[in-house]
Ligand binder design. Structure first.
Ligand SMILES: Cc1cc2nc3c(=O)[nH]c(=O)nc-3n(C[C@H](O)[C@H](O)[C@H](O)COP(=O)(O)O)c2cc1C
Length: 269
């Protein structure tokens, strides 16, 4: 979600983020400006090491532009480092999440696969900044559960993928329809960095015992890219998918978000 987005949906999201829910007691308010912000776009020289001079400069530039820094993290160690480096909000990304996650050490991603229900309270209890819950949240039940566990807001990806606004490839959207949680798998097959995707034949082939190890990010993406574009039998786009993909609908994004919030409010009333 970006501070430069205009129109009714961001306003509604803003209202959601600042809504005064009763439970839980530990929930913290998100910062008033800078309001909603994206995790910074990739730097041409790669990610800045947390706490480094470049990270401090980047944070200063963001804040000067009125943009809050939402740091995506998958462990308490990474979350504490981001908080110490000045992150305004920590996103707790559970292993249920679709796509890449913000694991600080990409090589350790398989060893830091923690589910959101364990990760969220672990972070909420130990951090001073607001925590946003991410991973597997795709309807009002998930929103209510995350708020009850101490989240200040939720971040949703997979639930919006099939909306018209996401405009994903038709084959990818079809792969998400009714997709069981166990049919999504963590894979390095697309980019070299671990991300959760639908277990397509392409992804399964890279997990075969005799398959070569994927190259490092982003080399793998380049290595397999040309082949994937030229072969009609493999996924031409990355079929990223979180474990709650079956809950994703083709409704407009605004309707999905509004419905999720209405359901959550009813559950929390
Ligand atoms: C298509 C797609 C691409 C993503 N790419 C990234 C990424 O590059 N970096 C990152 O930190 N998170 C990425 N994510 C994860 C989201 O930021 C978010 O945490 C996640 O979607 C929440 O879990 P959910 O998919 O179960 O809703 C991606 C998610 C999706 C669906």
């Amino acid at each position: 979600m970006s501070g430069h987005l205009r129109g009714p949906l961001p306003q509604r999201l803003e209202a959601v983020l600042h809504a005064d829910l009763r439970p839980p007691r530990r929930r913290r308010r998100l910062p008033e400006p800078p309001a909603l912000g994206l995790t910074p776009a990739p730097h041409p020289r790669g990610p800045a090491r947390v706490g480094s001079a470049r990270a401090r400069t980047s944070r200063g530039v963001l804040h000067a532009a009125g943009i809050a820094w939402f740091a995506c993290t998958t462990t308490l160690t990474d979350a504490l480092a981001a908080q110490a480096a000045g992150a305004d909000v920590i996103v707790a990304q559970g292993m249920e999440a679709g796509g890449h996650r913000g694991t600080f050490d990409p090589a350790a991603a398989e060893r830091t696969d923690v589910g959101l229900f364990a990760l969220l309270p672990h972070l909420v209890d130990r951090l001073d900044v607001p925590v946003v819950a991410a991973g597997g949240i795709a309807d009002g039940r998930g929103v209510a559960a995350a708020l009850a566990l101490g989240a200040s807001a939720v971040q949703v990806g997979t639930a919006l993928l099939r909306s018209p606004e996401a405009a994903i490839d038709a084959g990818w959207s079809a792969a998400l329809a009714g997709l069981a949680p166990e049919r999504t798998v963590p894979t390095r097959a697309y980019s070299g960095r671990l991300g959760r995707a639908a277990a397509t034949d392409y992804v399964a082939a890279w997990a075969a015992p005799d398959a070569p190890p994927a190259a490092h990010y982003p080399v793998q993406r380049a290595l397999v890219g040309r082949w994937r574009r030229g072969d009609a039998t493999v996924d031409r786009v990355n079929h990223w998918a979180g474990q709650s993909a079956a809950l994703a609908t083709t409704d407009p994004a605004g309707e999905i978000v509004t419905r999720m919030w209405a359901e959550a409010r009813a559950l929390l009333a």
